[in-house]
Design a protein around this ligand. Structure first.
Ligand code: CA
Length: 235
């Protein structure tokens, strides 16, 4: 799709937001999950290899973080099976300290990057961003569409040069998805899939509420309602 960035026009592919976190250390998940969500990812978490294999093959994730030591099916086997069945999302593996063999095996099995435990969460976030950039091209920290500027780092939006308006995590994911898909009708179902992390809060009626809040922040005419089709963001 074409997205206007400043005065130039840059080709941007559809930027991903769905992340699968596979980790059986629940304390780590508890710490990490809100940070990933804060950073704008829609996160699903699973703690065993069988479930990870199933979800990875049936859902369309844009990025995966995979611990290698997992119950039921080890992370390496999960990764190899994903790759064998054509799952091509970037995968960052989490490995045990001092286990260089695991890293080598992981990279051979199709991992795109690795981090050794314990790690700084900021480093994980930076590496995930780098994977996305490598994979999807020009993903900058700032998205622009006409007089709207979305600041991804601070999750705020500027409209026509006015002072920035803060967005909630859900509003931010929704607006980012709109801005990356200008001019396309986006159904409530599709928006729901890309904006919410958990199945239990995937209530597509809530999208109306969030769209209405976004309109209050960026102007009513920027998001058009199309009967039977959903919404269209006007760049
Ligand atoms: Ca583990």
């Amino acid at each position: 799709m074409l997205l206007s960035v400043g005065k130039t026009t840059t080709q941007l592919s559809e930027v991903p937001v769905r992340l699968l976190l596979v980790e059986d250390d629940l304390e780590l998940v508890q710490d990490l999950r809100p940070e990933l969500e804060q950073a704008g990812y829609a996160v699903d978490c699973v703690e065993d290899g069988e479930e990870a294999l199933f979800l990875g093959e049936t859902e369309s994730y844009d990025l995966m973080v995979l611990d290698l030591g997992l119950p039921r099916l080890g992370g390496l086997a999960v990764l190899a099976k994903w790759r064998a069945s054509g799952v091509d999302a970037p995968v960052l593996i989490l490995t045990a300290r001092d286990s260089w063999q695991e890293k080598v095996d992981g990279l051979k099995a199709g991992a795109d990057d690795y981090l050794t435990k314990p790690f700084h969460h900021q480093e994980l976030l930076a590496r995930l961003q780098a994977l996305l950039r490598r994979r999807y091209g020009s993903v900058s920290a700032q998205l622009e569409a006409r007089d709207l500027v979305l600041d991804e780092e601070h999750q705020q939006v500027c409209v026509a040069g006015n002072s920035p308006v803060k967005l909630t995590a859900t509003e931010f994911r929704l607006l980012r998805y709109f801005m990356l898909n200008p001019g396309k009708p986006l159904s409530k179902t599709r928006l729901t899939e890309h904006v919410y992390a958990q199945d239990f809060d995937r209530d597509s009626n809530l999208i109306e509420v969030y769209v209405s809040r976004l309109r209050d922040k960026i102007g009513r005419d920027r998001i058009e309602t199309r009967r039977g089709q959903g919404y269209v963001f006007k760049a």
